[in-house]
Write a protein that binds this ligand. Structure first.
Ligand code: NAD
Length: 257
């Protein structure tokens, strides 16, 4: 279906588990050149074991994308390895802890915003010259896709106001980037998952997960494999070349905005 992804150079931040890893696997199966990333080498090596047999060409890049200097190094290293970037997926992110308003400190603010907002902005910033060049060379659109969240639309769970806001921030940044950079043939879209069964929910008991699941129209959490194809669709010029500035909700009917 996504035949034009073969040979495309795809950088995916935060891709050693959960949604990022499932997405990296799907791109590898499509014959793409995939760069995975985590801040821990051990996690990268474990993910590589799963990715290697699937096809494509996969390499790993250790970088803590909550730090701007690592974002620049990540992009440089990926380009050195693959010669350019066709698709950037900003997936690294996480809750970063829970704190009600009165418990929020400057340190907590920086931690959550650096992990979810600064990371995506800085990796995108350093990728733009390469995405622009790849679009010019191919005559097709290149693409930035970020992992947003249902929380960015509905405010987030208890103590997750900063996380939810960082995702709303990201949703909005994308719409601004559309206005600034569509002239360069770069598309910007967001995949906004609902409750997906990953390590993200490791602070919840099985009882709480079942209770939340029962409130979702589909009656359960989604799987990473059910989210991954949306990134492939948005990465494929053939499938989505005229789609930009959109937020694709993958949430089992949890919310239909
Ligand atoms: P996950 O914890 O399995 O994956 C997070 C990935 O990011 C891991 O590979 C981890 O190593 C990496 N990572 C974390 N901090 C990093 C850093 N500083 N630098 C580089 N890599 C880092 O969780 P997931 O659920 O697969 O989350 C993926 C994305 O989806 C996140 O942006 C998350 O906010 C978003 N999301 C998840 C859900 C959900 O219900 N699981 C819902 C909405 C949005």
């Amino acid at each position: 279906m996504f035949n034009d992804l073969k040979g495309k150079r795809i950088l995916i931040t935060g891709s050693t588990s959960g949604i990022g890893l499932a997405t990296a696997k799907a791109f590898a199966r499509s014959g793409a050149k995939v760069g995975i990333n985590s801040y821990r080498e051990e996690s990268c090596l474990k993910a590589m074991e799963q990715l290697k047999p699937l096809g494509g060409e996969v390499a790993y890049f250790v970088a803590d994308v909550s730090k701007s200097e690592d974002c620049q190094t990540l992009v440089n290293d990926f380009v050195e390895r693959f010669g350019g970037i066709d698709v950037l997926i900003n997936n690294a992110g996480g809750l970063g802890g829970r704190n009600g308003l009165e418990a929020i400190t400057d340190e907590f603010y920086d931690h959550v915003m650096n992990l979810n907002a600064r990371s995506a902005m800085m990796v995108t910033k350093y990728s733009i010259p390469h995405l622009r060049a790849a679009a010019k060379a191919s005559g097709q659109t290149t693409s930035v896709i970020s992992s947003g969240s249902i929380a960015g639309r509905e405010g987030g769970g208890p103590g997750a106001s900063l996380y939810a806001s960082s995702k709303a921030w990201l949703h909005s940044m994308h719409r601004n980037w559309v206005k600034e950079l569509t002239k360069d043939n770069i598309r910007f879209n967001v995949v906004a998952p609902g409750s997906i069964d990953t390590a993200f929910h490791s602070d919840k008991s099985p009882e709480l997960i079942a209770k939340i699941g029962s409130t979702i129209p589909m009656g359960r959490f989604g799987t990473s494999e059910e989210v991954a194809p949306s990134y492939l669709f948005l990465a494929s010029h053939a499938c989505s070349g005229y789609i930009t500035g959109q937020i694709i909700d993958v949430n089992g009917g949890q919310m239909a905005p």
